[in-house]
Design a protein around this ligand. Structure first.
Ligand code: AMP
Length: 461
């Protein structure tokens, strides 16, 4: 199949050829003709499948046809994304693929000055890419008119729901004209997504570009069993000896991302951290440095890494396994994008065996295990509860009753706060059960199990 069989105009085919794409990806082959026919679409597609071009190319074509002969511009295409980074990338794709057309597009997201966005909206645009929160800020200020939207795209809809955007999405939907074309892209299909799709879409065509919850097949996966306190040393060794030039590393918390990045810097490995506590300019800067090779390692939390598209990213490392198995699929999808080879490496300590089992159950396969010489885990180290992980509830039950009246802090914040509290109190009162996972093994005593529990959890490796 070649691009010119999909019904795209010459201007769009030129833009595709400029990108040196030789053939459409499966999601593009399926989605482009459906969107061009004006139909609603429900697409199961992970990031890395080429889904952005799958909706951007036909949307540009339809809107370009409709603006011909019109003097006034208004927002006809609206793309909602969960994160600023994804919004920026989709916006860039719209510019790239629309470069031979004279449509105007703009990107709006939070964390940056709203005034240039207001000016761009006032000047008139045809396609807007936005994160829901900042979009609603504009609605509140009366600086945006969504009453003429003809095509709505919800990109990475599952992430939007995970991030709690459902109410914002509903508020945006209420501002759109009822007659419009709707495209929903999601990597996974929870009941919540199905409900949203039922409400949003009219007799949609359903396409499935990647099997549900399946890790990108071209990504080589491996896991190294290692003690929690030796993960940092193993990571440094892998990066240095493997001469890895560009590595995206995932930690569970913002605090952990900062700390690991600093430790790698101390080992002489250029590194930056990217997470939700960083300003937008710091995030943009870190990402640019990583993409252009100034920084070798980008340490990220799941939230900050949503939608990151780094060309030819060869290595993704799970420094800590995610608490939610589906996040593993998203993480490793950052490499091996669009048919390229990639390698996903997980450093797994004894605390994480349950998380590993959940991931393997989701993937319906086991991740090959490779012991690294010199880093074989010490079987006498007992598993410790992972704060906010699956065994956290058990841990909390032992220690204190849950306070049902106080609002739950956000995932990362909770862990950061715990760490801060531990720092303040030290281990004097014996409450600090979990040590800093990246400190050197020689820097203090490791918690060891005794008696009958020895080896029990470890044999699972
Ligand atoms: P996406 O899944 O939309 O984030 O796209 C992932 C990557 O695939 C991006 O870097 C695109 O530039 C690239 N890409 C999209 N379509 C194609 C194609 N037909 N051939 C090769 N690469 C593509």
């Amino acid at each position: 199949m070649s691009f010119d069989r999909l019904g795209l105009s010459a201007a769009l085919l030129r833009a595709v050829a400029d990108q040196k794409y030789t053939q459409p990806t499966p999601v593009q082959t399926q989605a482009i003709p459906v969107v061009l026919q004006g139909k609603d679409l429900l697409a199961g597609a992970q990031t890395g499948t080429g889904k952005t071009a799958g909706f951007t190319l036909p949307m540009l074509q339809l809107i370009n046809e409709r603006v011909q002969g019109q003097s006034r511009r208004h927002i006809r295409g609206l793309v909602l994304t969960p994160t600023r980074e994804l919004a920026a990338q989709v916006g860039e794709s719209i510019r790239t693929y629309g470069k031979h057309l004279s449509l105007r597009s703009s990107i709006i997201f939070g964390g940056v000055n709203i005034n240039p966005q207001i000016r761009a909206l006032r000047a008139g645009i045809d396609i807007l890419v936005a994160t829901p929160g900042r979009l609603l800020d504009h609605v509140g200020q009366g600086t945006i008119d969504l009453s003429k939207v003809e095509i709505l795209v919800l990109d990475e809809a599952d992430r939007m729901l995970d991030m709690g955007f459902i109410h914002d999405i509903k508020r945006v939907l209420a501002l759109l004209p009822p007659k419009r074309q709707n495209l929903l892209f999601s990597a996974t299909f929870s009941d919540e997504i199905k409900n949203l799709a039922d409400r949003l879409l009219n007799s949609p065509v359903h396409i499935e570009a990647a099997r549900k919850n399946t890790a990108a097949e071209q990504v080589e996966q491996v896991m190294h069993p290692v003690d929690r306190e030796r993960k940092k040393d193993l990571l440094s060794k892998l990066i240095t000896e493997g001469e890895w030039r560009q590595v995206l590393v995932f930690t569970r918390t913002k605090h952990g991302a900062n700390r690991l990045s600093q430790q790698l810097e101390r080992d002489g490995i250029r590194s930056s951290a990217i997470h939700g506590n960083k300003s937008q300019s710091a995030r943009t800067h870190a990402l640019a440095d990583f993409k252009n090779g100034k920084v070798r390692v980008l340490v990220a939390t799941d939230i900050a890494a949503r939608g990151l598209d780094i060309d030819k990213l060869p290595h993704v490392v799970n420094f800590e396994l995610p608490n939610v198995a589906e996040d593993y699929v998203h993480r490793i999808g950052r490499t091996g994008r669009a048919g390229r080879d990639g390698c996903a490496i997980s450093l797994v300590c004894v605390d994480e065996l349950k998380l590993l089992r959940d991931i393997e159950r989701l993937l319906r396969t086991s991740i090959p295990k490779v012991m690294m010489p010199g880093f074989e885990p010490d079987p006498s180290i007992a598993p410790e509860p992972i704060p906010n992980g699956r065994n956290r509830a058990l841990f909390q039950k032992d220690r204190r009753p849950a306070n049902r009246h106080s609002p739950a802090p956000r995932r990362d914040d909770r862990r950061d706060r715990n760490n801060d509290r531990k720092k303040a109190s030290g281990s004097r009162n014996g409450q600090s059960r979990r040590r800093d996972s990246e400190s050197s093994p020689s820097s203090g005593s490791r918690r060891r199990s005794s008696g009958s529990s020895r080896h029990s959890a470890f044999s699972d490796f």
